[in-house]
Write a protein that binds this ligand. Structure first.
Ligand SMILES: [Zn+2]
Ligand SMILES: [Zn+2]
Length: 371
């Protein structure tokens, strides 16, 4: 018995700690104190102590014995720390080296496929309605000729001689208190455990081929420029049966020269001629759902705003819609014929204060237009 320090103290856990906490504490400390990592002069000693504490507290039988009778209890039952006994530590180290504790990945056998970025451009009016688009993209898929194992049909991959099929190589390092095994991904088979003697002609042994595909993308109404739609599992195939990646479709909403979008509201302008504004008119204006006829009363002023409530953009993944605000612009004549000038001069002679007097509530109306 090398150590008489309290095992709970060594692991830094409470006496009531459960198995998971003990394991967690051990992993954390092992990462810190392992002699290959730690520069401390007493690293060997401390690591040895740690392993011993873990060996006791991770076994319910030993732990009970220790809780009741302490170090003496363990000794009386013939417990000796097994850090020099390589075999019995095997599982322990596999467990934590397998967890990539020291950055030597033994889990590289399966890997999730990479994500793919795709892009689609739609009009603002389509963004208002929602749209379906076919988006072309290239994706790595499992090779159908070899079903992904990379071997020429009729042949099978053979067990990798370097690692004996485990996909991992063990390197033994010696320390003062024994030998340690480090596990590394086998470089020859890259963790697969098997190597291809005759590569598949379709994929040249890669197990995957690139395929051109079309993706049906549902674009929800109200989408904004620059938003992405994620389509799970349609990305590149994973390695060795790993999950496929995702496709992220970037949606670009083409600006529409007729509308300015601000959040869920849209703005546009309508041009009335001087006489349309003065006499009143029915005018066709573009909206997100196509042209709409709008009635303008006699005496419509430039700067008036017509609000089409609920005719803006839909709220993405919500209810309701924004508004469509239409700003009235009045066009004045730039060139007049002699006859037109005469008529306007005559009009001017007949005009008085009443001709231009604002309606009651005009400013109220204007204010409400801007909310
Ligand atoms: Zn193939
Ligand atoms: Zn191998």
């Amino acid at each position: 018995m090398s150590s008489e320090r309290d095992y709970y103290e060594v692991l830094g856990v409470a006496r009531s700690a459960d198995d998971a906490e003990v394991k967690r504490a051990f992993r954390r400390l092992a990462r810190e104190l392992h002699p290959d990592v730690s520069e401390a002069p007493d690293a060997d000693e401390r690591f040895k102590e740690l392993v011993e504490a873990y060996e006791v507290l991770s076994s319910s039988e030993r732990r009970q014995l220790y809780d009741r009778f302490g170090h003496a209890g363990l000794r009386s039952r013939g417990f000796t720390p097994s850090f020099v006994d390589f075999g019995s530590l095997g599982d322990l180290f596999a467990a934590f080296f397998g967890d990539d504790l020291f950055g030597v990945g033994a889990r590289a056998r399966q890997a999730r496929g990479a994500d793919i970025a795709a892009e689609v451009e739609i009009d603002l009016t389509d963004a208002a309605k929602g749209a379906e688009r076919e988006v072309p993209f290239q994706v790595a898929v499992t090779c159908s000729t070899c079903a992904g194992d990379g071997a020429k049909p009729g042949t099978t991959p053979v067990t990798c001689e370097s690692c004996g099929g485990s996909g991992r190589l063990q390197a033994v390092s010696r320390t003062v208190f024994g030998e340690f095994v480090r596990t590394q991904t086998c470089p020859r088979c890259r963790g697969a455990g098997r190597v291809v003697a005759e590569p598949c002609p379709s994929c040249e042994g890669a197990g995957q081929v690139l395929e051109q595909r079309m993706l049906e993308v549902e674009i929800p109404p109200g989408i904004h420029d620059g938003q992405r739609i994620r389509i799970s599992g349609e990305g590149h195939a994973g390695q060795l049966g790993g999950q496929s990646g995702d496709v992220y479709v970037l949606v670009r909403v083409r600006p529409d020269p007729r509308f300015v979008r601000e959040g869920n509201d849209v703005f546009s302008t309508v041009d009335l001629t001087m006489t349309q504004a003065a006499l009143g008119a029915r005018v066709s204006v573009p909206t997100l759902e196509g042209d709409a006829e709008l009635e303008f009363e006699p005496g419509t002023q430039p700067g008036e705003v017509r609000i089409l409530r609920g005719r803006g953009m839909p709220v993405l993944q919500g209810f309701g819609r924004g508004d469509h605000r239409i700003l009235v612009n009045v066009a004045l004549p730039r060139r007049l014929t002699d006859e037109q000038r005469k008529l306007l001069e005559e009009f001017e002679r007949m005009a008085n204060e009443e001709t231009y007097r604002p309606d009651e509530g005009f400013f109220e109306k204007l204010k409400s237009a801007f909310r």
